[in-house]
Design a protein around this ligand. Structure first.
Ligand code: MG
Ligand code: MG
Length: 274
């Protein structure tokens, strides 16, 4: 069942999403080759708790972290750990969720550390752009499939990457994951009609190589079977009368990256669009 949100509820979800982005922004300020997944997880948890909120992922079905930290071939759900020491040339997907005032926020960003191969930077740009193409399709009266189609068309048809099928975006609100599922592949004109008050997290997961994924021995980390890099960006949005309202804020993350010399800026310039 889909729970459509009132304007008041949307504002509460926005607050939660902004706190998520604040945590990701603190991560953006410090992430660099040589630090590890546990360090950024501890930092993010502190930011969230300082705002009297709860890390939504921690304890979710037993997940141990505040963040999902998924480097390189890891697609999503990487467990933050001391063993994840970031290297020059890595890309790191960092996903965060919070619960504040009864409502969830959810957003993710993939960081490019140091000198990242141009082929991989292009994967990041295209994945990020596909998220905005999906958001453009999120208009009252259109269909959920239009959102899915927008991601698939741009990443698979235009750029020959692969969309992960096993993991999808989702409704968000009182629960972290609500109906409807928001796949990153699909057909135009299919699925539910988009109505005012629908709040969803759109999160393209795009592989440089083939689309097949596996789950690691840790029971969580989803990785590309061919071990090629995978990118992930996520916004939570509300459908409003006059178009999509982006509740999360990647501009503050992008600004933090500007002042962090360890994060690749050449391509990240083009990721600033919001
Ligand atoms: Mg997320
Ligand atoms: Mg999500």
């Amino acid at each position: 069942m889909i729970f459509y949100k009132t304007d008041e509820e949307i504002e509460l979800i926005r607050e939660s999403c902004l706190l998520v982005c604040k945590a990701l922004t603190e991560v953006a300020k410090v992430i660099r080759p040589g630090i590890n997944g546990m360090e950024i997880d501890t930092l993010a948890e502190q930011v969230i708790r300082d705002h009297n909120a709860v890390p939504a992922f921690k304890g979710y079905r037993g997940f141990p972290g505040t963040l999902c930290v998924s480097p390189n071939e890891s697609v999503v759900h990487g467990i933050p750990s001391k063993d994840q020491v970031f290297k020059d040339g890595d890309i790191v997907s960092v996903d965060c969720g919070v619960l504040l005032n009864g409502f969830h926020g959810d957003s993710a960003y993939t960081f490019a550390l140091g000198e990242v191969e141009e082929e991989i930077m292009e994967l990041l740009r295209v994945t990020n752009t596909s998220l905005y193409k999906a958001i453009e399709a999120a208009e009252v009266g259109r269909r959920l499939g239009d959102i899915s189609f927008a991601v698939q068309e741009y990443t698979e048809k235009t750029h020959n990457y692969s969309i992960v099928r096993e993991l999808v975006g989702h409704g968000i609100g009182r629960e972290l994951h609500e109906a409807p599922e928001v796949p990153n592949y699909g057909k135009r004109g299919r699925g539910i009609k988009l109505k005012e008050g629908l709040v969803i997290a759109i999160e393209p997961m795009v592989n440089l190589g083939r689309r097949e994924v596996r789950t690691a021995q840790d029971g969580w980390t989803v990785f590309a079977k061919d071990r090629k890099p995978s990118a992930h960006y996520e916004h939570s949005i509300a459908i409003r009368k006059d178009g999509a309202d982006i509740l999360s804020d990647h501009n503050m993350i992008a600004e933090a990256i500007e002042s962090n010399p360890n994060v690749n800026k050449v391509a990240l310039k083009s990721l600033v669009t919001q």
